[in-house]
Design a binder for this molecule. Structure first.
Ligand code: CA
Ligand code: CA
Ligand code: CA
Length: 226
């Protein structure tokens, strides 16, 4: 079972308008043994919306755009005429660089538990990278799924390590007056810092028929361990 994802290197710098050197993401279990055949997903963000995953012939792992969830797709970069054409997922983010997303094909990580990828940008700036063992293959990163980070600077030093915050569930419905549990989790690179809390849904002043279907103000009176 995946316990950790380590990306090598943890930071790198590369030239603008050239394919980066490769990153190798390894999925490891509790005993640091490789997890073979794991579904692994990679998110990369920045410097701008033109960021592409890159295919290097006989070097980068076979990948596909995520086949679940509301992703649009766009072409990836071929680093030579011999490199395969491919597609990546894209999640539009207003006012921020879009999130680019690929995942392993059905065979998953190789016999070393590894998945190799590269990136391309024609603009100067930083890219943050997050890889996770997508245990349920829903193509969404859950706080409990093992993950690791890396960072890449195009034409400049790499950006600071990625920090992530998860609020789960992302959406839910609850009976008026009942408590709904939400968990807020912070992650820095591969470190998990769970901060569970209970949050009650306020019965609200709205009529019951409306309150059942509309988002209600959240009340966070106390913080409790689970
Ligand atoms: Ca998938
Ligand atoms: Ca998942
Ligand atoms: Ca996946």
């Amino acid at each position: 079972m995946p316990a950790r994802v380590a990306i090598d290197p943890e930071a790198a710098q590369t030239k603008v308008s050239e394919c980066s050197s490769t990153f190798v993401a390894r999925v490891l279990d509790q005993q640091n043994r490789p997890v073979i055949g794991a579904n692994i997903d990679i998110h990369a963000v920045g410097p701008n919306d033109q960021l592409q995953f890159a295919a290097i012939a006989n070097t980068t792992s076979d990948f596909q755009p995520p086949n679940s969830g509301p992703h649009s797709t766009e072409n990836t970069r071929r680093c030579s005429d011999l490199a395969p054409a491919g597609m990546q997922g894209e999640t539009n983010r207003v006012g921020q660089a879009d999130e680019k997303h690929i995942e392993s094909r059905a065979s998953g990580t190789n016999n070393a538990g590894a998945f190799t990828f590269a990136l391309f940008s024609d603009s100067i700036g930083g890219t943050t990278i997050s890889a996770w063992a997508d245990e349920n293959d829903d193509d969404v990163q859950a706080a409990t799924e093992a993950s690791g980070g890396s960072r890449l600077g195009f034409g400049q030093s790499p950006p600071p390590p990625l920090r992530q915050v998860f609020l789960e569930p992302g959406n839910s419905s609850a009976t008026v007056g009942d408590c709904q549990r939400f968990v807020l989790t912070g992650k820095r690179a591969a470190t998990l810092s769970p901060a569970p809390m209970w949050t009650c849904m306020r019965p609200a002043r709205a009529p019951r028929s409306v309150a059942r279907t509309m988002p209600l103000p959240l009340v966070c009176p106390t913080r409790a361990s689970t």
